[in-house]
Design a protein around this ligand. Structure first.
Ligand SMILES: [Zn+2]
Length: 118
């Protein structure tokens, strides 16, 4: 069963401000996680403070997801997710532009940064 939770302090109504492409990406991510027995917790949707470099959060094209709750290897999950979905969510005119899932630590701890194109 797909289960999406929100970290305390995250305004869950912001999920309505995601682009349709980002909403679809989030659903695919939640589905692939659920198949592997993982629930997901959204830790940031439009948090500008944590994402000064990228406008993707402010534009509803990115969501951060907690990775520390995963009981499977998050890096491997992210890599497999990209293999399956990068063509759908990260390509323009058949060419790779960006990875839909980035597993990184940009100062606030390791997490999944999901991002879609405009
Ligand atoms: Zn992010």
């Amino acid at each position: 069963m797909i289960k999406i939770e929100f970290k305390d302090g995250v305004n869950d109504k912001e999920i309505l401000l995601l682009t349709s492409l980002m909403s679809a990406l989030l659903l695919k991510f939640a589905m692939e996680a659920a198949i592997r027995g993982q629930n997901i917790t959204i830790t940031s949707i439009r948090d500008r403070a944590q994402n000064r470099i990228s406008k993707s959060h402010a534009e509803g094209r990115a969501v951060d997801i907690r990775s520390r709750d995963f009981t499977i290897d998050p890096k491997q999950f992210c890599d497999e997710f990209n293999e399956t979905y990068e063509r759908q969510f990260g390509f323009i005119d058949g060419k790779p532009v960006q990875k839909p899932c980035v597993y990184h630590d940009n100062g606030g701890g390791w997490h999944f940064h999901l991002q879609s194109l405009k």
